[in-house]
Design a protein around this ligand. Structure first.
Ligand SMILES: [Zn+2]
Length: 421
C-alpha cells in the first residue's frame, strides 16, 4: 500500500523529533489511524513546499472530522485530538533532556534552538500574530504586534509551574517538556511559554512549589541563570509573581528594544568603582548597570534600590511613601550578559496613580497583566483605531509613566537623585 502523503510527512516529522526510529513507522501509522480513522488519499502536487506541522495536523484533523471521529464545532474535542497527534511529535522528557544536554555541549544557543524548535513543531508554543511592525514611540523603537485574543481551552487543575504539569491531562500540557537544571544546588526547570509575548519567551521555575521571596538569593539565582543561558535575559513580573503560590521567572532572547537602547548619559556611583552606570534613552525611567563581577552588580543594585525607596521630589509628584508609610518606589531588574560582563536594566517604579498606565492604553493591550511593554514589545488586541491613533495613545501613556520626564525640571530631578547616591 502506498503511504498517504500527509501521513508520510507527519511520521517523518515524528521521527525527526528524536522520539522514534525508522522501525517505528508501522506502529506510528497505526497510532495515527486509531486517532483519526481511515486515512484518505489527498492530492498534493510534488512541487508544493512541505507542509508545516501545524498544516499537517490540520489535514489530519480534517480526516478525523470526515470519519465522524469528532465534530467540527466541538473545539474541546478537536483540541484533545490535536494534542494526541502532537504527542507523537514530542519525545519523552528523558530524551528531550538528553538531547538538550548533548546540544548544550556544543553551545547554549544550539540547545535552546533545538528545544524551541521542538516546542514550535509540536505546537506547544502557539503564537499567532496578525501584524508585526516597528514603531517609533517617544524617539525609541518598539516592536508592535497585533494578536488575536487568546481563547483559554486548557483548564488544568495542576500548578502550571510545577514539574507535575509536564505531560499533564489531555490538552496542551500533554506536550509540555521541562529541562531540568541544577542552579547552585537548587533544582530548577526551564520551559517555553505557550503564548509568548517576546521572542523565545521562556519560564524558569524552582522545583519547589512555594511563593517567591524577592531577596538577594533570588537575584543571585537570576545571575546564575544568565550564566547558563547567556543569550537570554531573565526578569520577573513583581505584581503577578508575588501573588502566586509558585514563583517563577521569565526571560527571552536578549534582543528586545530596551536592551538595545542607547545610554542617555553615564554617571558614577561613589563607592562602586567597577560599575558603569547610565540612564537609558527610553520612554520610561531605566538605569543600566554593568560590571564583570556579579557580587558588585547586586551590591550596587541594592544600594540604588534603597536610595530610590527614600527619594522624593514633591514638585513633580515623585513621593517615596504613601500616607500610611508604605513604599511607593521599587525597582524591577532585567539581568543579562554582554560578553563577559553582567548587565542589569533597572526599571524604576513609582506606584502612585501619577505614573500609572492610562486606561485607554491598557484597553489596547492583549493582556493587562504582562509588563513586556516596558521591554519595548507591545502585544495589542485588534482595534478599529488607525496606526496614528494607536501611536498617539501609546506615546501619551509613556509620557505619563515616565518618572524623570524629558523636561528641564524632570532632568533636574534625575540629577538630584544621582547626587543622593
Ligand atoms: Zn507549583
Amino acid at each position: 500500500m502506498e503511504e498517504n502523503r500527509i501521513l508520510h510527512d507527519f511520521i517523518d516529522m515524528a521521527i525527526q523529533s528524536g522520539g522514534w526510529m525508522l522501525l517505528d513507522r508501522v506502529y506510528l501509522t497505526n497510532r495515527i489511524i486509531s486517532i483519526v480513522g481511515e486515512v484518505k488519499e489527498v492530492t498534493v502536487s510534488d512541487e508544493e513546499k512541505p507542509l508545516t506541522s501545524k498544516e499537517l495536523i490540520e489535514e489530519l484533523l480534517k480526516m478525523a472530522i470526515g470519519n465522524n471521529r469528532v465534530s467540527q464545532t466541538d473545539t474541546k474535542a478537536l483540541e484533545v485530538l490535536s494534542s494526541e497527534l502532537r504527542d507523537l511529535l514530542t519525545p519523552p522528557p528523558s530524551v528531550v533532556n538528553a538531547l538538550f544536554s548533548q546540544y548544550y555541549e556544543n553551545s547554549e544557543k544550539e540547545a535552546t534552538d533545538y528545544f524551541h524548535l521542538m516546542n514550535v513543531t509540536n505546537g506547544y508554543i502557539n503564537e499567532t500574530v496578525i501584524t508585526k511592525e516597528e514603531m517609533i514611540i517617544n524617539k525609541s523603537q518598539f516592536i508592535v504586534k497585533v494578536c488575536p485574543e487568546q481563547v483559554e481551552v486548557d483548564q488544568t487543575e495542576v500548578c502550571d509551574y510545577c514539574f507535575a504539569s509536564e505531560g499533564y491531562g489531555v490538552f496542551n500540557n500533554r506536550n509540555k517538556r521541562i529541562i531540568r537544571m541544577n542552579v547552585k544546588g537548587e533544582s530548577w526547570g526551564f520551559s517555553y511559554s505557550a503564548t509568548p509575548n517576546v521572542k523565545e519567551q521562556c519560564l524558569f521555575m524552582p522545583e519547589e512549589h512555594s511563593p517567591f521571596v524577592f531577596n538577594r538569593q533570588l537575584q543571585e539565582t537570576m545571575l546564575n541563570l544568565v550564566d547558563i543561558y547567556p543569550h537570554y535575559f531573565v526578569t520577573y513580573n513583581p505584581k503577578v509573581t508575588s501573588s502566586l503560590p509558585h514563583g517563577y521567572l521569565y526571560g527571552g532572547e536578549a534582543s528586545t528594544p530596551l536592551i538595545e537602547a542607547e545610554n542617555d548619559f553615564m554617571f558614577d556611583i561613589p563607592g562602586f568603582v567597577t560599575i558603569e552606570a547610565s540612564l537609558v534613552e527610553w520612554p520610561v525611567s531605566v538605569i543600566r548597570l554593568k560590571t564583570s563581577v556579579k557580587k558588585n552588580l547586586i551590591n550596587a543594585m541594592e544600594y540604588l534600590t534603597l536610595k530610590w525607596q527614600q527619594y522624593s521630589y514633591p514638585s513633580l509628584d515623585i513621593i517615596a511613601k504613601d500616607e500610611n508609610g508604605e513604599n511607593l518606589h521599587s525597582v524591577t531588574p532585567i539581568f543579562r550578559k554582554d560578553g563577559d560582563a553582567y548587565v542589569a536594566e533597572l526599571v524604576l517604579n513609582d506606584d502612585s496613580s501619577e505614573f500609572s498606565r492610562m486606561l485607554e492604553y491598557e484597553n489596547l493591550l492583549l493582556n493587562k497583566n504582562n509588563k513586556v511593554d516596558i521591554l519595548g514589545v507591545l502585544n495589542l488586541k485588534e482595534t478599529k483605531m488607525t496606526t496614528e491613533e494607536v501611536i498617539e495613545v501609546v506615546t501619551t501613556n509613556f509620557e505619563k509613566q515616565q518618572i524623570f520626564k524629558k523636561t528641564p525640571e524632570g532632568q533636574q530631578a534625575f540629577v538630584r537623585f544621582i547626587d543622593t547616591l
